[in-house]
Design a protein around this ligand. Sequence first.
Ligand SMILES: *Cc1c(COP(=O)(O)O)cnc(C)c1O
Length: 387
Amino acid sequence: MTPKIASYLADHAPATPCLVVDVDQVELRFCELEAALPLARIYYAVKANPATPILQRLVSLGSCFDAASWEEIRLCLDAGADASAISFGNTIKKASSIASAHAAGISMFAFDSDEELDKLAQHAPGARVYCRLLVQNEGAEWPLSRKFGTSIAHARALMLRARDLGLDPYGLSFHVGSQQTDTAAYEAAIGRAAMLFTDLASAGLDIRMVNLGGGFPTRYRDDVPPIEQFADAIGRAMTAHFGNALPEMIVEPGRFIVGDAGVVSAEVVLVSRRGLPGDHGDEAGAARDPMRWVYLDIGRFGGLAETEGESIKYSIRTPHDGAATGPVALAGPTCDGADILYERSDYRLPLDLASGERVELLSTGAYVSTYCSTRFNGFAPIEEHYI
Ligand SMILES: *Cc1c(COP(=O)(O)O)cnc(C)c1O
């Protein structure tokens, strides 16, 4: 937690659950990535946190933007981004959204299928297009599965068709999966992309860009490699495959830029002990069950969607840190049985923790505010404070 967030929480005690984001920390991470990968252009993945103060700060730093919808494009334009700095990076786009983006001057689009290419040729004629490759997501704690990207052979055919359709076959992209902790994932993906890139260039295409996607990790409960380690691996792989003829490089970080800039402040609603099967319903029986259930006023539906499968493991601060702890299961406040954050991930919290107290979930700046449901069980969406 940054000192600025700590004093904001201490001075204002804003109503919970709330997300407090230190926009200076966003700037710090942007500059860190820029320094580590000076040859790459940064397209911030807007979906990680599309709040206007973040977009405005990134505009002032000269960032470009990876938008997934016409709505996200509008947010970027409203925050002052130039149309030429925005990529429409979703491979799944409504024809009407493509047309709106084209009319607004957006000229860079992702695709990974024949039908999407037809839509682009029709609604964004002449646009720069890049094809997304399917790559391994091993090592990613929030993998993106087989929903996106296509095979090398299909991508080759698509890129040649793009030219025949009057589009500009600009480059290739991939995404190694979010919260990627293994630098080797980038090296393997670059190898795949480079092979096809070289092949397409010798087939006469004016291909000139490689988009390395996002995936760079944030530190949650466990350590992750520093960004320099990813940058080194990427630099070495690019040089090994392209030599001095480096193509334009793009990265699309989301989580890395905003993840550790945010803190969720929440209230403990209930701490309960259940007892074990065979107990007689007395207090002594309940005390034999070491596992307490701690219910917070934020859960899976309040924005902590990435706890699904206990994938993203947030660090939790309490007023009793340093005192004796015991095992806990953590859950949200709703009536849905799926609204459990952690049951199997060995979370321990202080034995003194009681209802009414506040806790903080660290590094919650990415993929929280927008995953919040609007009114499930009547709970209001999470309040956001950008400082
Ligand atoms: C989600 C996404 C990103 C950002 O991923 P992070 O893991 O948050 O860095 C980048 N590019 C695309 C195409 C995405 O879908």
